[in-house]
Design a protein around this ligand. Structure first.
Ligand SMILES: [Fe+2]
Length: 520
């Protein structure tokens, strides 16, 4: 019970997390910072720092009274808080689940900072954040992490603890599926029913209290907290933050060929989307500009790392046309090539086009769904090409528009999640390699996995643009300098037991000026 107040005492984390004040006379019935601390959306002069008051995280309202609470915060240059450079007080409100989002600014560029919170005599863990280099500078190098897809029921979060211990990450891009919205009553292992590794505290999620419960359970995990306390996060969402494979105002969970009478109509689904977005906002270290407006949220945004990297965080869910051909893994239907169908929506496409006019050494597109259009067949007897219709492959006209934009840029890397497998491959436009795509596996979704999924020989033979595939859990780190981009695929031996060891399964490399993946 007390361990959460003490150290996350391994590797790099040891320096930044000290014991909180353990007051025998606390007014709190239990520790109010039970869901940890986080930082995010770094800029050259600051970042967001986050926490939430939740003495009983799984209870209604986190065990809080329905009143405002003042939370003090401090930002220091050193992990011992001898040089505090900013401090203030934030009013945590019950309307937003007593969460704290402080947008810290006025800091110096390209250096680490430390932060902590205090409320009525109890103190949080100390977190570490980092500012970005100033605009207009020419940084030599950058290392960052990519992670996501963390189904709580499928596995433990040992990969997050290893990610916490990665040295010198400027930030972690989280591509989404932070929560999953359903409970699996059983899994099938070797053809037999088996209990999930751990169980969600809910059956399904519909209103904001439900979604809050899902975040409370995930954030109660100490490996998860270790990652968030150690690195600033650049947070996105994918589908499971709301509902499986939703797009726009379309509730896809019960949709079969787009016509199920059980699916919520758009005006009803809007309530669920608003509840889901509110809970997502509350629990992510993001700026106030991402506060939802009803069922809408301004998710897409830009991160510039001097002139070395222009990273565009894209939203591939809110503005998208419905998946064609009834969604799923299927052969192509006419809708796949329909000109009017979109992934990003017209406004976001225009926003992206404007942002890509800057002169960066590398352009990164941080997004959710695979951009390579791959043949998903895994058995030689399957007669026709099969596409993943929830990926860019289901939106060929939009995909071609994006690839022609990438072709004009040069030096573009696409970072992707969603697939629960690792991939490295080339983006091909009119028979020319125009960019590279690195797909990061999952933290836990899919369970232990293995090096190669069954049928990978057929898959690789059908998709020559794919240079690497792997079906283990873990995360990715990207090491970027002016000459090359290296993506390291870090994989776990097991996630169905606590702990687990990490190893570098492969490194994929792209030379600046020469699009195309080489396996190092
Ligand atoms: Fe996922």
């Amino acid at each position: 019970m007390f361990s959460r107040r003490l150290f996350l005492a391994t590797g790099t984390a040891a320096a930044l997390t000290a014991p909180a004040i353990v007051s025998a006379r606390s007014l709190w019935r239990d520790y109010p910072f039970s869901l940890g601390v986080a930082s995010g959306d770094p800029a050259s002069d600051g970042f967001v720092i986050w926490t939430k008051l939740a003495p009983e995280p799984l209870a209604p309202h986190g065990g809080m009274a329905l009143a405002n609470a003042s939370v003090d915060w401090e930002v220091a240059e050193d992990s011992g808080f001898r040089t505090v450079v900013q401090r203030g007080t934030f009013l945590a409100r019950p309307e937003l689940g007593h969460t704290v989002h402080v947008e810290v600014s006025g800091l110096r560029p390209d250096r680490p900072y430390f932060y902590r919170f205090t409320c009525m005599g109890e103190q949080s863990l100390r977190g570490r954040a980092r500012t970005l280099p100033a605009a207009g500078t020419r940084p030599d190098s950058l290392k960052f992490g990519v992670a996501g897809c963390q189904n709580y029921e499928d596995g433990f979060y040992g990969a997050f603890r290893h990610l916490a211990n990665e040295a010198d990450l400027a930030f972690v891009y989280h591509y989404g599926d932070f929560i999953y919205e359903y409970r699996q009553p059983f899994e099938i292992v070797g053809g037999l029913p088996a209990a999930p590794v751990r169980q969600h505290a809910f059956r399904n999620l519909i209103d904001v209290a439900d979604y809050r419960l899902a975040y409370a359970q995930v954030l109660s995990d100490m490996d998860m907290q270790a990652a968030r306390v150690s690195h600033p996060f650049l947070s996105s969402f994918d589908d499971h933050e709301v509902n499986n494979n939703w797009v726009s105002m379309i509730d896809n969970w019960t949709m079969e060929n787009g016509s199920s009478p059980d699916a919520a109509p758009a005006e009803v689904f809007a309530f669920r989307r608003a509840a889901a977005f509110q809970a997502w906002y509350e629990h992510m270290p993001v700026r106030r500009s991402l506060l939802p407006r009803g069922p809408d949220i301004a998710l897409n945004r830009e991160l510039r790392y001097g002139d070395l990297l222009s990273l565009q965080l894209l939203d591939t869910r809110q503005y998208r046309s419905d998946q064609p051909c009834g969604d799923g893994f299927k052969t192509e239907c006419a809708d796949v090539r329909a000109e009017d169908r979109t992934v990003l929506g017209r406004e976001q496409e225009a926003w992206l086009a404007r942002n890509l006019e800057n002169q960066a050494q590398w352009y990164g597109l941080a997004q959710q769904i695979m951009m390579m259009s791959l043949d998903r067949r895994r058995r030689p007897e399957e007669p026709q090409k099969i596409l993943n219709l929830d990926s860019w492959a289901g939106y060929e006209a939009a995909r071609q528009r994006m690839l022609s934009r990438i072709a004009g840029l040069g030096n573009t890397i696409v970072l992707t999640g969603d697939e629960h497998q690792n991939f490295a491959g080339d983006l091909v436009h009119r028979d020319r390699v125009v960019g590279s795509e690195f797909v990061a596996t999952s933290i836990s979704s899919g369970g232990d996995g293995s090096n190669l999924r069954q049928g990978s020989d057929v898959f690789l033979a059908n998709n020559p643009e794919v240079k690497f595939v792997n079906d283990q859990r873990g995360y990715v780190t990207c090491e970027v300098n002016r000459e090359a981009w290296r993506t390291n695929y870090m994989v776990m031996d097991r996630v169905t037991v606590p702990g687990g060891t990490i190893s570098r399964r492969a490194t994929a490399e792209v030379a600046h000026g020469t699009p195309g993946v080489r396996m190092a």
